[in-house]
Ligand binder design. Structure first.
Ligand code: SF4
Length: 405
């Protein structure tokens, strides 16, 4: 006879905090009439914003039509018929500000401007990914910051605050604060996030280390919007091996539960390696994500940079094909409506090009280089030049993504 494992003993095995109730965590997903109502309101916001930008109903409608076509091409077959609701705001991705908000309106103004330029204020960037430290106790197999880790810190907290303020002045919807492991610098994080007068969304990209219930609350009170936690396998042993830490899985799972309790938007980030990509593994991962009640899951492809330099990690066409089919199934199959929303950047990158590359998104790494993105380490400029005033943000020209034209 098979012996049943009680939830309590499972908790002891995994080291997951007993105070964090894993099993009662539905994904805060919005479907049905509420999703349709949100859709109507969002489209009305599009229309009102486009009218302010173009002062012509015909031009406004034509530009909105193009924007919606672009969104659908990015998503796949059509609009994803579910979104996420956290503390009264609706979220469609962790790269789009929550709705309703002034940040969302500015985001839309900026997207309209990409399609048909106008004279209203727009963001220079939609997201700045900013490494706030190079310190990290982990040894992840795929780490793209590998060559920069655990050296003398590049920037002080004051300098990072200056950088954030300068990008804020040029317009930037979100700051994604990363590292290294940013949670080893909690005081620095809260100092940056809580700067008065800066109205942005802040996400923390972390392995989950140090995101206890208390620290998640500190982030929330400082003004953080959410956390993006790396979890690269549903199997604790294999995730720990991948991350080079015996406690990585426990930290990741506890971090999600603590962040959820604190009212933060939660996301998992999966580096889908060649050995991981099977249909069964992807669905097991998705089921764990649903059990954890996360809002979003982003699927990243391994790239031969950092710790993976010169290694044959790039996915084959068959592997990306499997990922694409999974991405479409989990987002569009009606039976999957209680799962988190999945993002797979490779899907739209192969069809529409990359949204990063210094256009919508820019990356400042932990050595202070300004890169097209974490994977395309172009080292195009030095962030120190922005701080000193030698480089103006408006003069940054990276010329798009070097990988996906
Ligand atoms: S990937 Fe992140 S958590 Fe892992 S070693 Fe690199 S900086 Fe640390």
């Amino acid at each position: 006879m098979t012996q049943q494992t009680s939830p309590a003993s499972k908790t002891e095995e995994t080291g997951i905090s007993p105070s964090l109730n894993l099993t009662n965590a539905p994904v805060p997903v919005v479907t049905g009439w509420e999703r349709r109502w949100v859709d109507i309101r969002v489209k009305f916001t599009f229309l009102r914003t486009a009218m302010q930008c173009y002062r012509s109903p015909l031009k406004a409608l034509a530009t909105i039509r193009k924007l919606l076509q672009f969104k659908q091409a990015m998503n796949g077959r059509k609009e994803i018929r579910r979104c996420i609701k956290v503390e009264g705001k609706y979220y469609f991705s962790m790269y789009i500000p929550g709705y309703p908000s002034a940040l969302f309106n500015q985001y839309i103004r900026t997207e309209l401007n990409y399609i048909s330029p106008h004279k209203q204020p727009v963001n220079r960037l939609q997201v700045l990914q900013l490494a706030v430290t190079n310190r990290c106790p982990l040894k992840c197999e795929h780490c793209f910051e590998w060559d920069n880790l655990n050296r003398e810190e590049t920037f002080s907290t004051e300098q990072l605050v200056q950088l954030v303020k300068k990008f804020s002045r040029e317009g930037c919807a979100q700051f994604h604060l990363t590292g290294g492991e940013p949670m080893v610098k909690l005081a620095r994080l809260t100092e940056i996030i809580s700067q008065p007068g800066l109205k942005h969304e802040y996400y923390i990209l972390s392995s989950g280390l140090n995101i206890t219930e208390e620290n998640a609350l500190r982030l929330k009170k400082a003004g953080a919007t959410g956390v993006i936690i790396s979890l690269d396998h549903f199997d604790p042993v294999l995730h720990n091996l991948f991350r080079g830490s015996a406690h990585a899985y426990t930290h990741a799972v506890n971090a999600i539960c603590s962040a959820r309790k604190a009212g933060l938007v939660t996301a998992l980030s999966l580096c889908a390696t060649r050995s991981f990509i099977t249909k069964a593994n992807l669905w097991s991962y998705a089921k764990l994500a649903r059990q954890l009640g996360v809002c979003f899951v982003q699927v990243l492809e391994p790239k031969a940079v950092g710790h993976y330099q010169d290694q044959p990690v790039l996915l084959t066409a068959a592997e990306t094909d499997l990922l694409e089919r999974f991405y479409l199934d989990i987002n569009f199959d009606r039976a999957c409506r209680d799962y988190p929303v999945f993002l797979y950047h490779g899907y739209h990158q192969r069809r529409l090009g990359c949204m990063s590359g210094g256009k919508r998104i820019l990356y400042i790494d932990s050595a202070g280089h300004i890169d097209a993105c974490p994977f395309c380490q172009t080292k195009s400029y030095e962030a120190a030049a922005i701080i000193s005033g030698r480089l103006q943000i408006k003069d940054i020209q990276i010329g798009g993504c070097p990988a996906y034209k």
